[in-house]
Unconditional design. Structure first.
Length: 363
């Protein structure tokens, strides 16, 4: 099967047109039938099997196609998290036995979920409390994680837990925790955006996990995994967000035509389209830098500028068409898009501030 990113994008476009477009997915009921069709057509294994050097670019382009052709951002989020958690955590850090999960992940028989954030604290390492204490050949995990994408449908959880301290600094370790583990329970939570992507809270009550379920090495999960994953997630979500921008334009045009367009609305629409072209370039460039393992200030700048331009797109969309006249499909997509671009805003502001401070410190 041809894995060239452009051909993959075409495959995802045809799939979304056939199975997602026109489907009412503004519901908490996860569409397992679509998930199963994705597995049958080989759309769930991009983050699992070995891929060529342009793997992350393929993910960005495929996510863009899913949303532009299908019109739903939530399902694309669930798909993307399955891909990148499988690829980055299990393929990137798993041993031979742990990589045995690949066939089940690519066939859709198992879904994986990343568990970092905790109630009232987010993902800041200083405030995380979930612990894993050694006990013989096992670790005992206790704590709570929340806002977990795909949590209620997950079969495997990659749980980040404290396993020690080095002075005032907590040391974190990642564990693969199967859903059926004693002491584990998952509670769905109602998030009014990005449906039908399911979210939940994970409760670990003296959950006994074999030491062989440790992912990578003890005490290094935050530095080796979590910090890098944040940038990976931000960069690869740019693809679906570009798709959402294109879809919004497609939905806006007939509404503008219906009410009678003006020179002003045409000019605004033109600027929105220009923003999409620039955002697509940023999304593809960022994915390409991930593929070449090139990060730094230029990469960070792409992530920050993408957010800024996405906010400008939202403002322009509201200028050209009021919410009351938008219609349900456009209103839902607008709301999902607005919510998605504000995820991890605090972290983005911190990085932006550090970028500025680095300039000031050299003067």
């Amino acid at each position: 099967m041809d894995d060239h990113p452009v051909h993959l994008k075409e495959r995802f476009t045809l799939f979304a047109q056939k199975y997602i477009a026109g489907r009412d997915l503004n519901t908490h009921a996860f569409p397992f039938d679509i998930w199963e069709k994705m597995a049958v057509e080989g759309l769930l294994d991009l983050g699992v099997k070995e891929r060529p050097a342009d793997h992350y670019l393929s993910l960005a382009m495929a996510g863009e196609a899913l949303v532009e052709a299908g019109g739903n951002l939530g399902l694309a989020l669930s798909w993307l998290m399955q891909q990148i958690v499988s690829r980055f955590f299990i393929m990137g850090f798993g041993n031979t036995r742990q990589q045995g999960y690949f066939s089940a992940l690519s066939s859709g028989k198992k879904t994986v979920c990343l568990a970092i954030s905790e109630p009232e604290t987010g993902a800041h390492p200083k405030y995380l409390r979930t612990r894993a204490l050694p006990e013989g050949d096992h670790y005992v995990l206790s704590g709570e994680k929340t806002y977990l994408t795909n949590g209620p449908i997950a079969d495997l959880f990659v749980v980040i837990a404290i396993t020690g301290e080095q002075g005032p600094k907590k040391r974190f370790t990642a564990f693969i925790v199967p859903k059926e583990s004693p002491g584990l329970s998952i509670t769905p939570i109602d998030i009014p955006f990005l449906k039908p992507s399911p979210h939940g809270s994970l409760h670990l009550d003296h959950c006994l996990i074999p030491k062989e379920n440790m992912l990578w090495r003890e005490g290094s999960a935050y530095e080796d995994m979590v910090l890098l994953f944040r940038e990976l997630e931000d960069a690869l979500m740019m693809g679906p967000l570009v798709g959402a921008m294109e879809r919004q334009i497609e939905l806006l045009i007939p509404l503008i035509m219906e009410k009678g367009h003006s020179d002003e609305s045409a000019s605004t629409l033109g600027l929105m389209q220009a923003l999409i072209h620039v955002e697509r370039l940023l999304a593809y460039a960022a994915a390409g830098m991930l593929d070449s393992d090139t990060r730094g200030e230029a990469f960070l700048s792409m992530l920050l500028v993408f957010r800024a331009l996405a906010r400008q797109f939202v403002s322009l969309s509201e200028e050209v068409m009021s919410k009351d006249a938008a219609g349900p499909a456009l209103t839902i997509l607008r709301n999902d898009f607005h919510y998605a671009i504000h995820i991890a805003d605090t972290i983005a502001r911190i990085k932006q501030k550090k970028l500025g401070e680095s300039l000031l410190s050299t003067k």
